[in-house]
Ligand binder design. Structure first.
Ligand code: SF4
Ligand code: SF4
Length: 96
């Protein structure tokens, strides 16, 4: 039987220490996160999957994570951000 392989999560850390974890196989390319991001940090790639196009712009607000209907994007604030957390912010989020 053919195995169903899921893509490994993609991690992107910006210069301010804010960390994205992208579960690309869950992303359906709806652009909700792109449109709600207040700093135009995100975009879709040629496969219509979310990518962190400008990590230096991210302010760690987590709007993308909170708006994504498919649990495809997670954000952990960097150590210099206010309210920094040690754990991924969603209980069912992927392990670090
Ligand atoms: S909101 Fe979620 S599913 Fe939609 S493009 Fe962003 S990461 Fe993908
Ligand atoms: S955490 Fe906020 S600023 Fe950073 S990509 Fe998500 S919505 Fe944009």
């Amino acid at each position: 039987m053919k195995k169903f392989l899921l893509e490994e999560p993609v991690e992107v850390v910006g210069p301010k220490g804010h960390r994205h974890r992208l579960l690309r196989h869950f992303c359906k390319g709806c652009r909700i996160c792109v449109e709600f991001c207040p700093t135009q940090t995100l975009d879709l790639d040629e496969l219509l999957k979310v990518r962190v196009a400008h990590p230096e712009r991210c302010i760690g607000c987590r709007m993308c994570e909170l708006r994504c209907p498919d649990l495809a994007i997670f954000v952990k604030k960097g150590p210099r951000g206010q309210g920094a957390k040690d754990e991924w912010s969603k209980e069912k989020g992927p392990a670090a």
